[in-house]
Design a binder for this molecule. Structure first.
Ligand SMILES: NC(=O)c1ccc[n+]([C@@H]2O[C@H](COP(=O)([O-])OP(=O)(O)OC[C@H]3O[C@@H](n4cnc5c(N)ncnc54)[C@H](OP(=O)(O)O)[C@@H]3O)[C@@H](O)[C@H]2O)c1
Length: 316
């Protein structure tokens, strides 16, 4: 579709609520600023933050204006570059994590800072590429930038079959760590295939009665799982939560450290990840592929909480 038509298909939410507030409609193609690129979106992944935003759960910290195009994972081709958009050219195949505070990628085009994008992995198609940025950057930033995970350490990864978890397992193995992952029975073989050293079916065994002296816990669930995670850490070990700030008091009582992170766009990290994908070291798993017009159904599936890997929307 030439940009000259200036209208594109997109999914927007006009109000907060259930999946029915997502409307597939015609909207103007966005214009770009000097430091931005216009990307023709081929695929956009679905993340839990998408339906949290839709339900209005992120209002207090993301401050979106409605109507809003959600979805912050994108794979596509550069259509146009701003005057100061360095390093990228029209026609380039890219992937990126957008700024969660801005308009997203459930659309035929997205305008965003050039610095959010990197060259797409050569060995993946657009669908698999879209599955990478948000989940894998989260895993990288939690495990390496924040926890400082190194070779020989032990990491417990909760929800290891999920979007973040399945990439975290592979990254931690690549680093040379011992990886313990939790999942339901149907996902245990999947986790072993990703390289997990030990797997725990959370329905039949309590991880806090099995895991001892872990250096790092990646907390993707919070609540009771977080509460029970303190005692599996060794002295000075660290719990990194991606679902909210853990209690500093609880951490101190257990002689461990605790922190939370919010993933941020990082083109250099994406370039590194693309190289690791092309070298066959890590690989995203796509559980379901749906057309953009069925974003509501994709949200319902994500919200049910049992996606293996990622859901990806294909953009017409
Ligand atoms: N702070 C940040 O920057 C950041 C970034 C990314 C994500 N997040 C948040 O982190 C959370 C996880 O994200 P995600 O994309 O990985 O989610 P996801 O893909 O939707 O997670 C689904 C997975 O959770 C597993 N699961 C459900 N209940 C479980 C339990 N009690 N124990 C172990 N595994 C369980 C499921 O495995 P089974 O089917 O086997 O049960 C499924 O594979 C979400 O709340 C998301 O919003 C935060």
């Amino acid at each position: 579709m030439p940009v000259a038509t200036a209208v594109m298909k997109a999914v927007r939410l006009h109000d907060y609520g259930g999946p029915e507030v997502l409307r597939y409609e015609d909207v103007p193609v966005p214009s770009i600023k000097d430091d931005e690129v216009l990307v023709r979106v081929y695929a956009a992944a679905v993340n839990p933050v998408d339906w949290k935003v839709r339900k209005g759960l992120a209002k207090s910290w993301l401050h979106h204006q409605l109507p809003l195009i959600p979805g912050w994972d994108v794979a596509g081709i550069i259509e146009k570059t701003g005057a100061n958009a360095m390093g990228l050219q029209a026609g380039g195949q890219v992937f990126g994590l957008l700024d969660l505070r801005q308009s997203g990628a459930y659309a035929q085009f997205v305008a965003a800072k050039a610095s959010y994008f990197a060259k797409k992995p050569a060995t993946l198609d657009f669908i698999n590429t879209a599955a990478v940025p948000l989940a894998t950057l989260t895993a990288w930033q939690a495990l390496f930038d924040t926890a400082g995970l190194i070779k020989g350490q032990t990491v417990l990864i909760h929800a290891a079959a999920g979007g973040v978890g399945h990439m975290a397992v592979q990254l931690a193995k690549w680093k040379g760590a011992k990886v313990i992952g939790t999942a339901s029975a149907r996902n245990l073989e999947f986790l072993r295939g990703l390289g997990a050293d030990e797997v725990i079916d959370y329905n039949s065994r309590r991880f806090d009665e099995i895991v001892k002296e872990a250096d790092v816990v990646l907390d993707t669930l919070g609540g009771d799982v977080q509460e029970r995670s303190w005692k599996v850490l060794k002295k000075d070990g660290i719990l990194v939560s991606i679902v909210g700030a853990p209690s500093k008091e609880q951490a101190a009582q257990h002689d461990v450290r605790a922190t939370s992170i919010l993933v941020h766009p990082d083109s250099e990290q994406l370039t590194r990840l693309a190289g690791m994908i092309d070298d066959g070291r890590i690989k995203p798993h796509v559980d379901a592929v749906m057309p953009l017009s069925e974003a509501g159904r994709a949200h319902e599936l994500s919200q049910a909480g049992h996606v293996r890997g990622k859901i990806v929307l294909v953009v017409p």
